[in-house]
Design a protein around this ligand. Sequence first.
Ligand SMILES: [Zn+2]
Ligand SMILES: [Zn+2]
Length: 423
Amino acid sequence: MLCVVAAFIERDDHILIARRSTGDPNVLGKWEFPGGKVEPGETEAHAIEREIFEEFGVSVQSEKYLTNSVFEYPNRTVDIHLYQCRYISGEFQLHDHSESRWVSKEELLQYDLAPADIPLAKYVLEDSHSLQISDLVVGNKYNNKQIATAFKCSSMGGMRRSKKTNSLVLIAKHNNPLYDDQWTEDGILNYTGMGTVGDQTLEGNQNITLATSKESGIHVYLFESYQDNQYYFDGEVELVGDVYTTNELDQNQNMRTVFKFPLRLKNPNSKLLIDIQDVKNSEKEKRKSIRKFSQKEMKEKIKSIVSSGSFREVKAIYRERNSMISEYTKKRANGVCDLCGKPAPFKDKNGNPYLEEHHVVTLASGGPDKIYNTVAICPNCHRRIHVLNRKSDIDKLQKVILKYLLDDHDIENIENFKKLFSK
Ligand SMILES: [Zn+2]
Ligand SMILES: [Zn+2]
């Protein structure tokens, strides 16, 4: 029997299926949950992640086993194990398939599925894997619908009570300047109560549910959001201190009383690491709305700031650069900015002209750390190119690099340069 793994990948309530253009004639041209064979010595979870990368060029993370389907084709029997996978990164490309599609559950059976995949589709349709609280993984992102399914609560609001699961779901919206939910260095989140206008109250709303959560035994769960409809799951939290009040501006810019609830993770070992990019993006969004205020209005608001800023650990990707390439690039520029052509604005402590290395095709977007992609530019030009990303600047830098390589008769790197920039 041939054991294969298949991926159930969901995005915005749609499921990825693909049509086979290679391989076994039994399934050629049929639609399927993508996947493939498990290699000797490989775990199934690893196999599905590898297969999806090979077939589509994207990274997924296998989250859990869902179900299997055994099917006897004329020449062999296959046993397909379906794994729920979470999309991580990458653009979808087709390698072993002629087509791929994101389809709703309801549309699944309208496709000409490979026979072995039909029971899997039926399983998915029955929703027998519908999300439970215990399925939630700390650090994963969920949407409103998934939260409502797991907790059997409303899909809206910042505090969502569910009698059915005896739980209270809290959402900390870091992309909403109205709520200033800050973490302290000791891992306490000072969570702002509900109520957007006027003084907040501890009556007739979920503020009182949270304030009395210790006595009532209700389970309190925390999600944090940096983007609309994307919520990182923090896990279960508990109230660890007295509820207190402070003054903050309300939606109409009037000073009012708000409640703060000091919360701590019940399991401090499973701490959530937010992607630093999410934090930066939400910061950008906040600033956009802040800039609309006049200088005078800003001064007013600054007066109301009592906290000293939030403290949190984040997950960042560090891209290592080769220091020889960096120093070579600066030597090559000979103290003059490769973009504006002016001398470096100052010398460093060792008397070297201060220039910064920049990758014309950035490392983050897959650019190579090679001398046919690097320039040395002044800090002013460097900021400008990252803030404005102007085509005219990029064109100029390409010309400068090409001139260096031509002057150097560096045939090999001229070839590399052409390959990189002809894309
Ligand atoms: Zn410059
Ligand atoms: Zn740069």
